[in-house]
Design a protein around this ligand. Structure first.
Ligand code: ADP
Length: 491
């Protein structure tokens, strides 16, 4: 019985011990889990703190970024405003409080160096009273060498990198009435120099590297616009000078032209009256010579007859010359009535060819014409244009040796017909080509000594063509031939 009780007690103890042991084991496990949980909690706390810190930094960066964007935007608008100006004072007037505040400043000054007066002159004043700005201007001019050196170095000065000397922080605070500032030099290619000052009293607004860059960009923009303004001023001034010169020259030329016109009219009048005066005695001379030659006053010895014939021939030449002179002066003074009508070029050329065919045959000169059947008609006075052809073909005949060729061609374009009279004659020396349309001009060569002429034919036809609003010119090569070309309006 005792043994049974003992055994039962032992069993109960054993069960108790085992249960205790297993509970302790569970407790240990729980402790481990709690420790792990605590560790995770701490980690999470750390992470939460990190997230908060990052968020604050992100917000700050965002704020800075927003400020930069706003600054850049203001700078861009300001640059655009400035660059549209070409007047020195106006450039600075474009910088106003609105832009300045967007850039984070409330005070600004700009000075340009005036070399003749040897002083800095104020061009921009924002955020200061007149008295304050006057005081600053005087102080800057009293220290001009310091500022000139600063500009020459081209470096930006600011309250972050306090430059010392005149711009030592306490002096700046005292004189410029700001807490922080930036000074940027303005240097142009045209030699202007000056600087722009911006500042703020706000302790919260720090001067950053970005801010300094903004002001330096603004200073560069001002310098560039000043350069443009100077260039514009120069161009404008030289244009004014040029215009004045042109005006003066035009006045002189108009006067000279008027003088030439008067002289030309006097000359035409003179030629016209002399020619008239010459015609009457010439007709008498010719008449008497004809009577004598006809033997109406008795038979004449052969030598006298020969001389009378010479008088007759020379009188004919003189009459011819006088008539040409009269025609030139009449066309020149617009006294000839042109009967402008639609004319068939081919028919005119054929008529002139008939007139000159004997002379062409005599020199065995082949004559050809390339005027197409459907060639445009011309607007011209028939008899005057016939004279042009007679003169041009007559000249070609005169100045082309035997067995040569003369060709007439015509082409039309843009309501203009161009006629070319080409020969295989002696040609005209280059230096004489520009003179051959002048009155009495004849090329001074051996050919002209043998060939008779007055030097008036080409002058006359030039006048006729110009009276038809056409043009006439020559292309020629010595020994190869000449081409006389003229234009007329197509019908
Ligand atoms: P002219 O024939 O009476 O001398 P023009 O005024 O008709 O006067 O011609 C002026 C000059 O131009 C001529 O003397 C001649 O030297 C030159 N000339 C004109 N036509 C020709 C031509 N077809 N070939 C060579 N020379 C020419």
């Amino acid at each position: 019985m005792f043994a049974l009780i003992f055994f039962s007690a032992c069993l109960a103890v054993t069960v108790l011990v085992v249960s205790l042991f297993s509970k302790m084991q569970r407790l240990k496990e729980l402790e481990g889990k709690i420790a792990a949980l605590n560790f995770s909690l701490e980690e999470m706390d750390e992470q939460a703190k990190l997230i908060m810190r990052t968020d604050i930094e992100l917000n700050k960066t965002q704020e800075e970024l927003d400020k930069k964007v706003a600054g850049l935007d203001a700078l861009q608008k300001l640059s655009r405003q400035i660059s549209t100006t070409l007047e020195e004072k106006q450039i600075f007037n474009k910088i106003d409080n609105k832009y300045l505040e967007e850039l984070g400043f409330e005070k600004s000054l700009a000075f340009l160096w005036k070399n003749i007066e040897r002083e800095f002159r104020l061009y921009l004043c924002l955020g200061y009273t007149q008295d304050e700005s006057e005081k600053i201007r005087a102080a800057i001019n009293a220290n001009k060498d310091y500022f000139l050196e600063l500009i020459q170095k081209g470096s930006t000065a600011s309250s972050v990198s306090v430059p010392g000397g005149f711009l030592a922080k306490d002096k700046v605070n005292h004189l410029f009435l700001v807490h922080s500032f930036i000074i940027c030099p303005v240097l142009t290619q045209e030699g202007d120099k000056g600087f722009i000052f911006v500042g703020t009293l706000d302790i919260e607004t720090p001067i950053t590297k970005g801010g300094q860059e903004f002001i330096s960009i603004l200073a560069n923009q001002i310098a560039q616009t000043l350069d443009n303004a100077r260039l514009f001023e120069k161009t404008w001034r030289s244009q004014q000078e040029l215009e004045m010169k042109v005006e003066e020259r035009t006045r002189q030329l108009t006067g000279a032209l008027e003088e030439v016109r008067k002289m030309s009219k006097r000359k035409s009048d003179f030629i016209s009256s002399v020619s008239h005066e010459l015609r009457t005695p010439l007709t008498s001379i010719k008449g008497y010579a004809a009577i004598l030659l006809a033997g109406k006053l008795g038979a004449l010895p052969e030598e006298i007859k020969e001389r009378l014939e010479k008088i007759n021939r020379h009188s004919d030449e003189l009459v011819h010359m006088v008539n040409d002179l009269l025609d030139i002066s009449r066309i020149e003074s617009g006294k000839v009535d042109m009967k402008i009508e639609s004319q068939d070029l081919k028919a005119i050329v054929e008529k002139v060819f008939d007139l000159l065919s004997e002379q062409l045959k005599a020199k065995n000169i082949s004559f050809s014409s390339n005027i197409a059947e459907n060639c445009q008609k011309i607007l011209a006075d028939r008899s005057q244009i016939e004279r042009v052809f007679i003169n041009l073909i007559g000249n070609a005949l005169k100045f082309t040796p035997e067995n040569g060729k003369i060709n007439i061609s015509a082409t039309g374009a843009n309501k203009i017909v161009q006629v070319d009279v080409k020969d295989t004659g002696f040609g005209i020396p280059e230096e004489a080509q520009e003179h051959i349309f002048e009155e009495f001009y004849r090329v001074d060569n051996a050919i002209n000594q043998k060939v008779k002429g007055t030097g008036l034919g080409l002058t006359l036809i030039k006048h006729i063509i110009e009276a038809h609003q056409g043009k006439i010119w020559v292309k020629s090569k010595l020994g190869e031939g000449s081409t006389f070309s003229f234009t007329l309006k197509a019908a």
